[in-house]
Design a protein around this ligand. Sequence first.
Ligand code: SAM
Length: 299
Amino acid sequence: MPDEAYADPPEDEQTATAAPLAALVLVSTPIGNLGDISSRARDALAGSDLILCEDTRHSARLLAAIGATARTEPLHDFNEEARIAPVLAMLRAGRRIALISDAGTPLVSDPGYRLVRAAIAAGIPVGAIPGPNAAVMALVLSGLPPQPFLFLGFPPPRSAARRAAFGTLRAAERAGLTATLIWHEAPHRLAETLADMAFSFGPRAAAVARELTKHFEEVRRGTLTELAAFYASNQARGEITVLVGPPEEDDQEDLDGALTRALATHSVKDAAALVSAATGLPRKIVYARALEIGRAADN
Ligand code: SAM
């Protein structure tokens, strides 16, 4: 007889008998619509001795709405390391602990990874209640290829670092990476980030997903150039996820185009530095080509 746990389940199985709750449970919560909390999430939160929250005040509303009365404690980026030992001690003493973040799936652009890693290393069972996740919802609504996808969290807040990060991705694409790229972004930075993306990735297919699951949910699709132009004159509001499609076969690296645009407002040296960072191409090659374009324009 095969081990029951490894036996093939019946084909129609959507079991109502859930996996037993692990000691530490990562519970996904809504990303804007309370209706998206699952019944397993409610049960896990109701059955916990302690709920670790990214922000206890923020989560108090959700927990009150679902009638969860367990004690809450904060677990955020600034105290996570210090909280690991006491939390592991509670888990070893048999306490059931749930971890939630302000929204969506904990650990994804949210705290908890260090605690999970430590619990696994200590041999403590870790489980998860799956649920809402902004990146995956945005991906399936974007109309862009769903796999492979690469989730990158928030881009760097400053333009120079952002362009360098996009340049690294362009270099990876030149080496064969072909994936839909996904980022979170703050509304006040969206326009400048899209402009930097258009500079680095060119006019390829992209999407901006806003306020998913909420009243003003919107997915705007277009080329990066179109989206950058739209948000340059329309202030974005709400919570935003940005997606950029993979390079297309005819999406040749337009070094000359990028250099010509940069040379319109920068010296040869600065234009070469800018384009090298944004495209991930070696600075020497870009500088040599910038000199040629500059000379041709002078003649
Ligand atoms: N853990 C969350 C998840 O699973 O989706 C992500 C947390 S991250 C700190 C928060 C960012 O996710 C927001 O700044 C925004 O970029 C994106 N986001 C969250 N909710 C969203 C929504 N309803 N619509 C679009 N993007 C959202």
